[in-house]
Write a protein that binds this ligand. Sequence first.
Ligand code: FMN
Length: 176
Amino acid sequence: MRLARSTITPTGRERVFGEDEIIVSKTDVTGKITYANHVFLRVSGYAEEDCIGAPHSMIRHPDMPRAIFKFAWDRLLGGHEIFAYVNNLACNGDNYWVLAHMTPSRGSDGSIIGFHSSRRVPDRDKIAKVLPLYDVLLAEERRQLDRPAGLAASAAKLDNALRDQSKTYDEWIWSL
Ligand SMILES: Cc1cc2nc3c(=O)[nH]c(=O)nc-3n(C[C@H](O)[C@H](O)[C@H](O)COP(=O)(O)O)c2cc1C
């Protein structure tokens, strides 16, 4: 059974996973899930058949700013890795925070054939430090009339916030 993401209401209950565990998924170049490990399935609560072929946005939490994912996609499509703190939505509406490391996967000719994400338990104090910026981005996305306008305005806010701190995104993440 495949649940539409919009039908899931966040419960406000947080799920945790082990410090020694890694949540892994792989996608094709369009972001459709091609692999999910047993930790991914257990923590998200989905069966493998629900995930494979589904867009990775199936676990997007409504409180996660889309600008962070746009930034991640731009990096990945440009052939670069990216780390991001991500709040995900489990199948029953519970949430779980991760520190994700996303990378492009390349074929024998060097072209990008998909993407890979490995996620660890994040430090709680780091989540507290990303939230002020995430809240600003999210508020901007919700303030605009439609999704493209919201995303553009939020992406500009992200750029400005980094510029104000004279940091690249990577410098910001590792300074938290
Ligand atoms: C390898 C990889 C892993 C991803 N992991 C997640 C994830 O754990 N949670 C999430 O919400 N989006 C993840 N995404 C991003 C989604 O593809 C999507 O951009 C995001 O959920 C925003 O959804 P939207 O398309 O509705 O704006 C991942 C993308 C890739 C390529």
